[in-house]
Design a protein around this ligand. Structure first.
Ligand code: ATP
Ligand code: LTN
Length: 325
């Protein structure tokens, strides 16, 4: 079985991205044939600074590797280095009803946030469908926010298969059942997000140990000083329990039982220790990888392998549609 997934290189990955996306990829590499990429073409659907974008692309690859993605178990590549993603996207755009794209919730949200946005913001999910369908992915690991896009990819595949014969495999989203949503430390009713306005509520994967500890120690909690899991009435402490649970591999009930007699200060310190213990080794490996020639070798191999696979799929649809000679 094959999976394919990617993140956008929009800078400053958070502990939420690590727990919700990267840690899952590391788990899946032992269960599936994995294609992992950097969605840089998706990133330009909103304005980007070119130097910053290039730095973020490389940085994301180094984060993948430093977090434990094994180059021998995954095909790792950069989306824009494979021309067939955008070529395929054009073919699929012409086969996708305009109205269907306007109904995507992400488009509705993002088009309100940005002024004078480009047409790419609307066609974004078709490019995502191309990413998925080019590789016959069985499953697409992703957050709930992307479920609608994976469903669109499946609809596109069904439609194309009906019209031109069996070309595409029908993909399914793979959403972790126990996957906790990590919340902002200053506003625990909100998702921890890299585009947050208040960096104090967000743990960035490359934050120093000192900064990580300070942010966790000043996380907003309630005043009853009782370690209990109740996201509705105790969102702050429940968020810290979620962080501890996700990083330790323990169950929520086990964590609550273990710390039932601790006060908030002690529990925060223990959560901070675990976050530091998790992130510092990743940061060390990141520093070793970011400027190593190994990185280029991995990306060259990923590009060459995916060009071969994607080319075949693209030519198949192009041919069946009657394009070219
Ligand atoms: P933005 O601020 O640009 O919306 P983001 O940090 O919210 O970005 P995305 O780039 O939308 O993150 O997320 C990539 C993937 O990371 C998501 O599909 C989801 O799986 C995961 N993810 C992001 N934030 C969290 C979070 N707070 N908790 C759990 N998973 C998360
Ligand atoms: N839209 C996704 C990134 C993404 C993706 C994909 C994920 C682009 N193409 C294909 C899975 C499969 C996001 O913003 N998280």
């Amino acid at each position: 079985m094959r999976i394919l997934t990617g993140l956008q290189p929009s800078g400053g990955l958070t502990l939420g991205n690590y727990i919700g996306a990267i840690k899952q990829m590391v788990k899946y590499q032992d269960e599936y044939e994995s294609f992992i990429f950097v969605a840089d073409l998706h990133a330009i659907t909103v304005p980007q600074n070119p130097e910053e974008l290039r730095r973020n692309i490389k940085s994301l690859i180094a984060i993948y590797l430093a977090s434990g993605l094994d180059k021998d178990k995954n095909t790792i590549f950069i989306q824009s280095e494979n021309i067939y993603h955008s070529n395929m996207s054009w073919l699929l755009e012409c086969l996708t009803p305009y109205g269907e794209l306007g109904r995507m919730t992400q488009f509705k949200d993002k088009s309100l946030k940005h002024q004078n946005f480009g047409a790419g913001l609307l066609t974004y999910p078709v490019l995502m469908a191309s990413d998925i369908l080019l590789y016959d992915a069985d499953f697409v690991p992703t957050g709930v926010d992307q479920k609608q896009h994976v469903e669109l990819a499946r609809n596109i595949a069904e439609r194309v298969n009906k019209k031109y014969g069996d070309i595409f495999k029908l993909p399914e989203p793979l959403i972790p059942k126990d996957g906790a949503k990590i919340c902002d430390l200053q506003d625990p009713t909100k998702k921890m997000s890299k585009s947050s306005e208040n960096p104090k509520g967000v743990i960035y994967l490359l934050d120093t140990e000192d900064v990580i500890r300070k942010k966790i120690m000043s996380a907003v909690t309630d005043s009853d000083n009782e370690i209990k899991y109740d996201p509705d009435t105790k969102p702050g402490i429940s968020n810290l329990i979620n962080i501890y649970t996700s990083l330790s591999g323990m169950k929520v009930e086990e964590v609550v039982f273990k710390f039932k007699d601790s006060n908030y200060g002690t529990f925060k310190r223990i959560v901070a220790d675990l976050v530091v213990e998790t992130l510092i080794p990743i940061q060390k490996r990141y520093q070793e990888i970011i400027n190593s020639p190994e990185l280029d070798k991995i990306l060259d191999a990923g590009r060459d392998k995916t060009l071969e696979i994607a080319r075949r799929k693209y030519l198949e649809l192009k041919d069946r549609m009657g394009l070219g000679r």
